[in-house]
Every structure is written in structure tokens, then in C-alpha cells.
Ligand binder design. Sequence first.
Ligand code: UDP
Length: 264
Amino acid sequence: MSEVLSGELKKGELLYEGKAKRAYLIVDHPDWLWLEYKDSLTAFNAQKKGEFAGKGAINKQVSSLVFRYLEKHRVSTHWVQDIDEGNLICQRLEMIPLEVVVRNRLAGSTAKKFNRPEGEALERPLVEFYYKDDALQDPFISDEQALMLGTVNKQGQLNRIKLEALKINECLIKFFSESQIELIDFKLEFGWNMGAAAKGMAEDSEALAPLVLGDEISPDSCRLWDQQTGERMDKDRFRRDLGAVEENYREVLKRVQERWEKEL
Ligand code: UDP
């Protein structure tokens, strides 16, 4: 969604603070939120903590470019407008408590789980659901479990989320590959645009339900490997103590900016 902002936006009260972002209300704009990206880095359900100055700004700028690119390719995202390097305005969504992971190659815990080599290419992308619950450490769940837990009401909505995730995967593969980066896997979070629903769009109609991509898409939420060298350019550098975390995050931003900034 892109809307032209009119007048000054006034940051209201803090609505929510997560591991990587703070969300604030905006005075007189109940349908929008002000997202502030933090410099903190966490892994393993926040058991491992770190930070570096400018990390929030990098993730915000990568996310913003990705959202603008996706919007151009007819994917609905929560992005409304950039404020500055570390802040943006997004739609306020009713979030679906699912982490939707898409994999093009096996890596990380999934490679380990099936005792397969990290980096093994998949014939078709895999889409997986994890239940978003810190206390349970975001467990992998089946479609039936996702319905049992009430994350959505109908199987059709899960099917719709899977199709949207695959479409986003197609877009992101191209977005990153034109910056000489291979997209290994990533995590998405979706929500319903209740503002649009309230304006008369049938919330439970699968054809019309305003499913919107939220959260962020950044080196924190994707595995990104250098196309030439296979070097990790994402949060695995922090998770696995590979060093040069900041340099690699900056390199991702530099490459996607060089390729896409003018065009988007
Ligand atoms: N991911 C994420 N947040 C999470 C879990 C996973 O952003 O809470 C991303 C992660 O960075 C990777 C992809 O989703 O790009 C798949 O992660 P995986 O399930 O392989 O987890 P891991 O191996 O890190 O345990």
C-alpha cells in the first residue's frame, strides 16, 4: 500500500516492544503504526543477545526496499511510508500468530533434523508453519494444528497464505539474485487489514480477505548467501559466531540499494 502522508505525523504511545522493533500508535491515525527498528540482535529465542549501532537502520532500509519491490509486484504489504533511516509507517494489522518459513535450500535446524547437508537444493520450495509463541519456542505445526489452535478459521486461509508465500519467494529470489545474493530461506508474518475489513470487505471471504504481509524482511529473517562465494551474509554470522556481522549486514544493504533504490 502506498499512501501520501498529509501533514505532520505525531508519534503516540508505545503499543508493543518486540526483540527487534518498537511499535507506536500515531495520533489521529488509528489504522497506522510507527515502527522503530532497534539495534539489538537476538537468537535462540533471545537466549543469545548482541547489538551493533546502525543495525536497526540497515534492517529498516532493506525491509523498506523489499516491501516497495513487492508492492510493485502486486503483493500487499503493511508498508505505508518511510520516515527516516530507522523508522517507517505501516498499516496496523491483526497479526496471524504464524511464522511462515519458505525454503529453497535446506539449512540450519531443518538440515540437522533430517540429517541432510546444509545447502542441499530443494526441487520445489518448502512452505512451513510455526506457531508464534515464545513460551513454546515457536514449534513447527501441521495445518490441522494451525486450525486447532485457531490461528486462522479455515483451511482455505492457510492455502491462501501458502500461495502468497510462494509468490513472495519468486519475487525475493529475483530481488536478491540481481544483487548477487542467493535466497536460501526466510520467515514471513502476515496479518489481516481490519481497517479494510471495517470498510466493507468481507473478512471471511477467501477471495476478498485483505491478507497483508507484515513484520520485516531483512538479514535477521532471511538466510542470504553470496552468490559467488557462498559466504553467509545474514544472522547466522551472529548465531554461529562467524564474525563480521556488521560488515555483512552493511554489504547486503549496499548491494540491494545499488540495484534497486533508484527504481523503487
Ligand atoms: N527465522 C526467523 N525468526 C524465527 C525463526 C526463523 O526470522 O523465529 C528465519 C531464519 O532466519 C531463517 C528461516 O527463518 O532464515 C528458517 O529458519 P530455521 O527454521 O531454519 O531456524 P534455525 O535453523 O535458525 O533454527
